[in-house]
Each structure stands twice: as structure tokens, then as C-alpha cells.
Design a protein around this ligand. Sequence first.
Ligand code: ZN
Length: 360
Amino acid sequence: MGRWTWLAAAATAAIVLGIGIGWMLSGKESAQPAPEAKFAEWELTTGSVAARMAAAAPLARPQATQSAPQQFPQAPTPSPQARPAAAVPSAAPTKVAAARCANPDALGVTRLVAIDTTGGPGFGSEQFKAYDFLEAGEVVLTFDDGPWPNNTPAVLAALAAQCVKATFFPIGKHSTWHPEILKQVVARDHTIGAHTWSHVNLAKKTLAEAKDEIENGFSAVAISAGRPPAPFFRFPGLSQTPELTAYLAQRNIGIFSADLDSFDFKLKNPDKVITSVMSKLDKRGKGIILMHDFQHSTAVALPTLLQQLKAKGFKIVHMKAKDAVVTLPQYDAAMLKAQTGQTADARPTASVVRTIDDGQ
Ligand SMILES: [Zn+2]
């Protein structure tokens, strides 16, 4: 991991210089118009000042206003079980997080699965049927589009209060704006994947542009988090193409669709978000739930939603990756260069990014 320490150190050192980089880069892509996709979430405009400021407003409910602390005790790393989730559901349920949970009435994590993403398996019945690894009553919590001030820390606080772990799909650009928040997600032992660089509709891009979006997203998240994320990818708007799923398969990156979409980005009301999730869960009985830590209403809703999950007897499954994603050095270098604002006549990339371990 020395390579990542290197990158993280360089990125951190450049953070003051690069403070405006999000704005510089944000002009390139604007939000896409609503597509045919059922799960469109194009209202998110990563380059919009208004959207950023509105979303960063303080939370409304007193119980959710506490920000997560800046420092967290180092939790012991749970040992992932060896079985690949692509062939999973065998293991006996155990309350894997209960032993170090301070809240005896917490929802907790019932089962930890290790996902082997070799060959790019897809998960989530909205688009994939092959690897339905959840048993009846089991739920996976996923949060997209962060990291974001106030909202992401509130989500982390709610998850911690119930000793629950989740999977986050951060946007690369957001991670460069708020690397300290992404590091909080990692420090709390949640799983992070990636969700493109700028949240464009990849189906409307050329193959080369779409690949750049995917790879820049992973590299940006890796640099901001200080370590490579899981090889877990979610398409913006769940808008995928056969060419891109084939590319991800070749890259050994798993694709995460959803079983249940909360539609929190449309509802924008905590009570409606809770009703949306619980009614769909009552009907389906299990599933990978798609929510957004970017969304204020979700951050407010989460404490109550988790209480209701427990009251109804649902069990939380936490996904980890068998191996971290292998980012591509040219994208790492490009992202680092973008974040530092270096020009072509600055130090050679090789003096900034040095491969210490190429995995050979
Ligand atoms: Zn999204």
C-alpha cells in the first residue's frame, strides 16, 4: 500500500493549491437531461453552486444534527470470509458486529460477505438475476453521490448508532472536494466503491469518454480516500450498456444495481423516504437498497428508518471486496495532476507518482 501512501501524501500536500479544482473541473460536464432510464437521478448537478449550497444546509431535525466526530477510534478489521459472494449464500448467520457494538439494542450487522468481482459480476435484481445472494429478510444498505458536508456525516452517525455497515458509491469529483469526509467513511469500516468522475449518463457518451469517467472516478476516490476502493461500481442512473459491462468485466469490477430504489432524490421528504423503503421491503422481503448520502432527506430519515428495519426483523448484510480495485496508473497520474493543478511543465509525473508495488 506504499503506493497509496505516496499518492495520499502528495494529494494532501497539494490540497490548498487545489482548493478550487472542483470548480475548475466542474464546468466540463453539466447534468444530463432526464433519460429514458427508470432510475434517472439527473437532478444532481455536480457543478451547480446552488445545488452544493442547498445540500450543505444544516439538517432540520435535532436528533440528526450532530456531525460525526473528526477522529474515530480504530476499529478492528473484521476478517472477511473466504467465500465469494458470487456463489455465496451458505454461511451461518452471526451477529458479526455485535461484539464491539456499544448499543445492546442495535440493529447490527448479521452477515458479512466477501465479493469476488473477477469477471465483473452484476448484483441487484433490477438489472441482474444471476447472483441473488440475500436470504429472506436480509438487506444491504447502499448510499450514492457523496461525500457531502452534513449529510454524509449524519448518515455515518446514524449507522454508527445502530452498529450497521453500508456500501458507499462516491462521485469522484465530490471526493476531491471533500476528501476528509470520504476518509471518515473509510475510517468507520464501511465499504466504498465508485460512481464515475462526474455522474454523467454513460450511455450517452462515447466508449472512450465513458471509460475515462469510470477510471477517473476510481482513481479520484482512491486518491481522496488514501487507498484504493473496492472494485464495486454503480452506473449513474443505473444507465448501463453492453459495451461498458463488458469493459468492467475485463477490469474485474463488479456492477451494483439495486433491488429497491428509495427514490429519495425525488421524494425529498424524510417521512416519504421511510415509507418508500419500508413499503417496498414489505412487498419484496429483502434487497439491496439504493439511497443517497448526498440527500438531506435521507440523512434525516435514516435513524428512524434503521429503527423500523430492526422492529420489522430485517437483518443487515455488509459487503466487502475480496480484493481492492486495481486502478490504472495513467488515470492516477491524471487525477493527481488535476487535483494539484500542475501544468505540463511542472515536475514530471514520475517524480510525484512512483510505483512501489506493482503486484507482480
Ligand atoms: Zn448517483
